[in-house]
Design a protein. Sequence first.
Lengths: 116, 109
Amino acid sequence: GAGVSQSPSNKVTEKGKDVELRCDPISGHTALYWYRQSLGQGLEFLIYFQGNSAPDKSGLPSDRFSAERTGGSVSTLTIQRTQQEDSAVYLCASSLVGRSSYNEQFFGPGTRLTVL
Amino acid sequence: AQRVTQPEKLLSVFKGAPVELKCNYSYSGSPELFWYVQYSRQRLQLLLRHISRESIKGFTADLNKGETSFHLKKPFAQEEDSAMYYCALSENYGQNFVFGPGTRLSVLP
């Protein structure tokens, strides 16, 4: 009965490098969410997947950010040409399909990204 | 403009005192509102949702559409309630979630 897992737990990278963050949702959960939590800030919604589809990508901060989900399971958030302002904790959550009010989001432990 | 506001960054109360964490929202449709909690060194987790009208760990929250509020209340705070609390609004049936900035609750002995 594993929960949502994310890897790596910590990532330190140099400005300008690309990074990939991975999320493994709970088995059977068709909805998957990515959030960003910057120091002293609340949670910023990035993107939502229903199955492999993301109906709305407008929450992504810039075109350097992209996300995909394959097989209705694992999702990858990619940040290209990282900038120092990308430093944050990136959280992933998953939930069952259906109306949001009845489907609790289960969060992963997060990936702490530090861009030097 | 923020669609979910939590005016207090930090709220300190003594054990046994009542606590109210404020949340106001801005949304033109029918809102779906939640409270999430993050205890120290633990994952963010759901505390309660307005549609369930439930009481979890002694906490309740009532949706007041007239005042566009969803304040979280507990009559007698416990030290183990110390945590970060986030109010959240769901749009488009879960396709978009908006979280407030959070309130850190500190319950003093």
